[in-house]
Design a binder for this molecule. Sequence first.
Ligand code: ADP
Ligand code: MG
Length: 330
Amino acid sequence: MRPLIVLCSILITFTSRLAYCGVSSERLERFEYSQVAMGVRARIVVYAASQKSAELACTRAFARIAQLEDVLSDYRPHSELIRLCAKAGGPAVKVSRDLLKVLLKAQQVARVSDGAFDITVGPLVKLWREARSTRRMPDESQLCSARRLVGWRNIEIHPTNSTIRLKKPGMLLDLGGIAKGYACDEALKTLKLYGVRRALVEMGGDIALGDPPPGKGGWLIEIPCAPVEKRRQELANCGVSTSGDAEQFVEIDGRRYSHIVDPRTGVGVTHRAEVTVIASDCTTSDSLATAASVLGPGKAAEWIRRHYPRARIYVRVAAGEEASSLSPSK
Ligand code: ADP
Ligand code: MG
């Protein structure tokens, strides 16, 4: 994840500070702001007519991200998500439009990935978080009980009346693989509402891109996993997400287990690969990058091509891993 952010920051810093917008001949200036949100530094870069208009739009965009953290976070004890999980095993619960939208999207990706992407992994993620701090394998019996609570089909969604029912008591939803992407998309929408369309929102390994900087074909983004000739791409109006075991993992008995868990085995993913997905929006790129990390380098590219033909995927396999599993990229 980090290479994408760092290199991207460097490249963005190199873009000109002052620019002219061809169409309206209005002079647009570059502004950049950042704030900690959802456990990462959220960064917004905009081209706006004045500092005042940039600040107003970015303040509202950060407020939107903070509002979404209250809905989607599994760390906040009173988030809407945690309140929903507290009712697991009980009757259906009415939820906000945001939670409904994220759950619908998550379930769609779960369906087409045959459960590789599965937001019911919460109990397993908890065990692997513990394993990262103790550097010991999760207890087999704990893994077994956690696995019993996992399964995307245990979420029942009624879109028309905005209700969700979690079928099994003890279920714990984890939106870590999709929430940042959705927050980036929503922040970008907020900026547009305030008249700022040439904008970029970045959180961790997820970037939502709006219209390009003035006079440019796109935002110059460094794709860490792409072959050298495709590493720097000018992109606009899309989402870019990188996922993998580069930062969060635990090494036990010479094996490296990622913070991304295979819901079918209950075990942290062990293929040493980093995946970048470029899709129409960041909610999609975020969830697909996580799903592709579970599917592994051998299957991910083919899976994306089949189900999301407009998305692009780049996979980088760690040195020492099977070279043949390096997937082709479009
Ligand atoms: P990051 O959040 O580190 O940028 P990802 O977008 O790939 O990386 O999301 C990883 C997070 O997704 C994990 O920390 C966990 O919260 C959640 N997660 C883990 N395994 C899965 C899975 N199989 N399906 C959906 N979400 C998962
Ligand atoms: Mg993700």
